[in-house]
Design a protein around this ligand. Sequence first.
Ligand code: FMN
Length: 154
Amino acid sequence: MSTLKIFVGTMYGGALDVAEQVKPLFEEAGYAVSIYEQPTLDDLLEPPTDLALFCVSTTGSGDYPGNFVPLAREIDERHPALTELRYGLIALGDSSYGETFCGAGRSLDSLLEGHGAQRLGERLEIDAMETFMADDAAIPWVEAWIEELGLRAG
Ligand SMILES: Cc1cc2nc3c(=O)[nH]c(=O)nc-3n(C[C@H](O)[C@H](O)[C@H](O)COP(=O)(O)O)c2cc1C
């Protein structure tokens, strides 16, 4: 069975809620899904996964949520080759923060691409100023992501 790992970075639970709401969509598409609430680099690397999805909010001034700092720091320090990694990215933020809008999601995208990982499709940025429930934006995006990129597993 194909596997999908979902890595969550959250302060208040919104990004975790997104992960939990989209999980059944991937299960219906044929994936065995695991959600990582305290993700580490080892979780990312072993066992290898067919697909990864990052659901990451932003705190501070464009910073990673505390639970996500270890994974980002390990990638930065250990420089793993991520050339086999195909991923999607859902960033949660609030445009009232101006320039740091979705800063953590954007930094993560650069970090992953800088280590050879391949993002599939565009990054989804969910603005709390416009979308009260992040799921309302995430669920249709995931449905389209699976269909348009032909990610339905056999
Ligand atoms: C202290 C604090 C700092 C924040 N800083 C930013 C920021 O720099 N950029 C941004 O886009 N959103 C920022 N946000 C907004 C959150 O990212 C947004 O509310 C998000 O939906 C929270 O998701 P979560 O429940 O998964 O933590 C901040 C929120 C708080 C409370």
